[in-house]
Write a protein that binds this ligand. Structure first.
Ligand SMILES: Nc1nc2c(ncn2[C@@H]2O[C@H](COP(=O)(O)OP(=O)(O)OP(=O)(O)O)[C@@H](O)[C@H]2O)c(=O)[nH]1
Ligand SMILES: [Mg+2]
Length: 451
């Protein structure tokens, strides 16, 4: 499993957060220690670890949180956000340009998995309809050309290389010319492995970049690399314009924190991860999903959604209209839509005094939403804004236009009336009227809807 150990350490941290009845500054201190331990044990560089945890410490108590959101959930969210940010944010894959040549330059240290990844990328893009050409400019590793040949022959992807030539720049120049003539969509350039102490080789790759002006330089990082990943990645990003990262060997027992450090060192996002030696062992990298798994919270999406909903302010104009008793059919439709998501409408009602919306109302809203949608398209704007004018002949016309029956339309209009009454009661000062539990002054909602 990917980054198993890191995941376990984070899991412990989340458990700690969840067990706490409430979170105070002392509790946060422990949580932050857990997180630091998790990051460090995953080989994340010390400075980065401190920077992240400092950010979390600051945000945890200084940011205002929306009503109805537990501080615990909020802290889980910030930890999630910070880790996603560390991993380069939620970048969508840069789309290769169609109808023009794209050049990808692969760089990385010896044995990081460049050549294997070239094979995987060839297969990935070929199956998406691109015409690929692979260029072997590895003048160091014995049998580099043959290794690529073995990988690419089954895929029927053409390979260019001059095994006896020792000047990488000469090969790359000829190779690009060759594939331009062949009119390929993507040229993937596989280079020799090199590391930061090999100054000549670092200069060579720098010159190569200048010469071929690639659309993307991909740094291939071995996921098992550990602490050195930071400095290696930094050296590459100082010599070339690293645009993205592929982390390999995350199928093993890799701690993977090296990859996190590499992202921090280069500022480039991870785009793919390698999860095995086979040609198809390449996965899209989706930071939110990755971090969600890492944090081991199955309902992380639920928590994030809840916080997002709470942060959406209800429509102020609508609130004003409601307060004035102006409530149109369009408003109703919008309300039902947000009711379905139990988002801002619930909040709006909460602000008006009706906290607990019964489930049946939610179910009915769900059931009737589609009907309302159709019916509303058969109404004029005037009718939607002044529903009281909708009498017999208009109902007949609307029924015909929407393919519903006369009683259907009557039923929906009744639903509108009930809703309007409910809202006007909520906006009136309360006088201890009877209503369903938890909703003082509310009309019987079970009558709502029946279509
Ligand atoms: N388990 C696993 N092994 C991988 C992965 N990617 C590459 N490898 C293995 O890592 C070893 C080195 O891979 P190469 O692709 O030759 O690495 P390279 O960066 O081209 O090496 P040089 O050309 O010498 O710099 C091979 O044995 C690969 O099978 C991966 O995602 N998972
Ligand atoms: Mg290689």
């Amino acid at each position: 499993m990917v980054m198993e150990k890191f995941g376990k350490a984070l899991d412990n941290m989340i458990r700690r957060i969840r067990k706490l009845p409430r979170i105070d500054k002392d509790a946060l201190k422990l949580v932050i220690q857990d997180l630091q331990r998790a990051l460090l044990s995953a080989d994340v560089n010390v400075e980065i670890t401190l920077a992240i945890t400092e950010d979390i410490r600051k945000r945890a108590f200084n940011e205002k949180i929306s009503e109805g959101i537990a501080r615990k959930d909020f802290i889980i969210k910030i930890i999630h956000d910070e880790l996603v940010k560390l991993l380069g944010g939620n970048q969508t894959l840069r789309k290769l340009k169609s109808n023009r040549l794209n050049i990808i330059l692969m760089v990385g240290i010896q044995g990081s998995g460049k050549t294997t990844t070239v094979g995987k990328l060839s297969s990935y893009y070929r199956s998406r309809g691109f015409k690929i050409g692979v260029l072997c400019v590895d003048t160091w590793r014995p049998g580099a050309y043959q290794q690529l040949e073995q990988l690419l022959t089954p895929l029927q992807v053409p390979l260019f290389g001059i095994p006896e030539e020792k000047n990488a720049l000469k090969i790359v120049k000829k190779g690009i010319r060759h594939f331009v003539q062949q009119k390929v969509d993507i040229i993937i350039v596989d280079t020799a492995g090199r590391h930061k102490e090999e100054k000549d080789l670092m200069t060579e790759v720098q010159k190569m970049e200048k010469l071929i002006k690639p659309d993307e330089v991909i740094l291939v990082i071995d996921g098992t690399l550990g602490q050195q990943a930071f400095n290696q990645a930094k050296a590459f990003s100082e010599s070339t314009h690293v645009g993205s990262i592929i982390v390999t060997k995350l199928d093993g027992s890799a701690k993977g924190g090296g990859a996190l450090s590499a992202v921090a060192a280069t500022g480039a996002p991870i785009k793919f991860i390698g999860v095995g030696e086979r040609i198809d062992a390449l996965e899209d990298f989706i930071p939110t999903k990755f971090v969600g798994n890492l944090l081991g919270i199955p309902d992380i999406d639920g928590i994030l959604q809840k916080i997002k909903d709470a942060e959406i302010e209800p429509d102020k104009d609508m609130m004003k209209r409601l307060m004035k008793g102006k409530f149109t059919l369009d408003d109703l439709y919008q309300q039902l839509q947000s009711l379905r998501k139990m988002g801002p409408f619930k909040k709006l009602l909460g602000m008006m005094g009706g906290q607990n919306i019964p489930d049946e109302m939610k179910d009915q809203a769900e059931g009737n939403l589609e009907n309302w949608k159709v019916v509303l398209t058969s109404m004029t704007q005037y009718e939607k804004e002044n529903p009281n004018v909708i009498k017999k002949s208009r109902i007949e016309r609307i029924a015909k236009g929407s393919g519903k029956s006369y009683t259907d339309i009557k039923g929906l209009l009744k639903q509108y009336d009930d809703m309007k009454k409910m809202i006007s009661q909520l906006t009136k000062p309360r006088r201890g009227k009877k209503g369903p539990p938890g909703m003082p002054g509310m009309p019987d909602l079970s009558k709502l809807g029946g279509m």
